[in-house]
Design a binder for this molecule. Structure first.
Ligand code: PMP
Length: 396
């Protein structure tokens, strides 16, 4: 029997979310998450996935995953530190270290638990973390879990960061201080000001942590935001995910050997949660191999992304400060944004609306994620739909 307290908690809160239009209904995809997706039995142009390079449906990765199932089975069988570390996990970590140009890498089951794990393995209640106000939820949760003092700085505001770093360090109240930022911000597609962040970190001798979930495979010819700025060896933690450009699942930190050794003995999901499956590890290694061998997919991603961005701008849409494939089309009003996305869907384009509380009130947007796998025809069709609905709703 459900307790009355739980029952009323659930009913009250779900009804409240529904009344405020914030209850997120999930649309299941029938089949693969490629440039086209099937929903409700109908094929749509997919501008909603993080499958930047189209690798989630790549035949080479599929073959590699199938072979790994045959040779290693479907599950790792244990946590990494008991007997769940397979040769395939080590190969993945070595390949990622080569890709990132760091001494070593530790991998986790997801990007989300990687942030939870790595931040809390190093920072504690005697420390302070300077965190960009737009950082991802997994960073926020990782910071909270560490029990360090969290000091938010205004988004990409380097004067604010410098002042807060100075005050925090000079207070003498903390053992360690860290600056943590997304490399690419997931709602606006803007890039963190890493050269200034590294300069501030060096000036005040603080730790640097970059979550490059949306930069890896995208910036720096694929190697990520740190490489994009030529700052290799200047950032302590290069965190990444295997679920976006790499097309599979998992997360990792690339860094110096001693840091990775520490994470292997102190990060709890590594110690207490079963390792990713052999198929996932092998497919991820194959993806990284492909990115080391050639920049073709990365070039295609940028070509498509520039094409869509220019098309939207020419039509008169506001794409904000986007500098990467993440292309918001800022509508503003929440209801108008939802209506826009719904009409796009009816016209065959699947691009999700993102509204408060994920973005500030009045900054509702439809977020477009072009990938290397889209064809020019698909992007043209999407732009036609944008033009039609933009005019219909009086937005352009
Ligand atoms: N960091 C950022 C910036 C992200 O956007 C995401 C994914 N939404 C994550 C971390 C978590 O990665 P994953 O989906 O692999 O758990």
């Amino acid at each position: 029997m459900t307790s009355k307290a739980l029952q009323s908690f659930l009913t009250d809160n779900i009804n409240d979310l529904k009344e405020r239009g914030l209850y997120n209904e999930i649309d299941p995809i029938e089949g693969a998450n490629g440039p086209l997706v099937k929903l409700d039995g109908k094929t749509k142009i997919n501008l909603s996935s993080n499958n930047y390079l189209g690798l989630a449906t790549d035949d080479r990765l599929k073959e590699t995953a199938k072979a790994a199932v045959d040779s290693h089975g479907v599950g790792a069988g244990a946590v990494r530190t008991i007997n769940g570390t397979m040769d395939l996990h080590l190969e993945l970590e070595e390949k990622l270290a080569e890709f990132k140009g760091t001494d070593a890498v530790i991998s986790y089951q997801s990007g989300f638990n990687c942030n939870m794990a790595a931040i809390s393995a190093v920072m504690d209640k005697n420390d302070a973390i300077l965190s960009d106000e737009l950082n991802h939820a997994s960073i926020i949760d990782g910071c909270r879990l560490s029990r360090a003092k969290i000091i938010r700085y205004n988004h990409s505001d380097m004067d604010d960061l410098r002042a807060k770093a100075k005050e925090t360090v000079e207070s003498g109240d903390y053992n360690k201080v860290m600056i943590i930022t997304d490399g690419v911000f997931s709602m606006d597609g803007d890039i963190a000001k890493l050269p200034e962040i590294v300069e501030i970190a060096e000036e005040f001798d603080v730790i640097t942590y970059v979550d490059d979930a949306h930069g890896s495979g995208v910036l720096g010819k694929g190697a990520g935001t740190v490489k994009h700025f030529g700052l290799q060896n200047k950032v302590d933690f290069q965190m990444g995910t295997l679920s976006k450009a790499i097309g599979v699942i998992g997360g990792y930190v690339a860094g110096k050997t001693e840091l990775i050794d520490w994470l292997k003995v102190r990060s709890r999901p590594f110690l207490f949660s079963t390792a990713v499956s052999p198929a996932d590890a092998a497919a991820s290694t194959k993806a990284v191999d492909l990115l080391i061998e050639s920049t073709d997919l990365n070039d295609k991603l940028w070509k498509n992304s520039n094409y869509l961005k220019n098309g939207l701008k020419k039509l008169g849409f506001d794409i904000g400060n986007s500098e990467t494939p993440i292309t918001p089309c800022i509508i503003g009003d929440e209801k108008a944004t939802q209506k826009f996305s719904k009409r796009l869907y009816e016209e065959g384009v699947y691009a999700k609306s993102i509204v408060f509380p994920t973005v500030p009130r009045g900054k509702g947007r439809v977020r477009n994620m072009p990938t290397a796998a889209h064809t020019k025809d698909m992007l043209d069709d999407a732009l036609d739909a944008y033009e039609k609905i933009g005019k219909e709703l009086g937005l352009i």
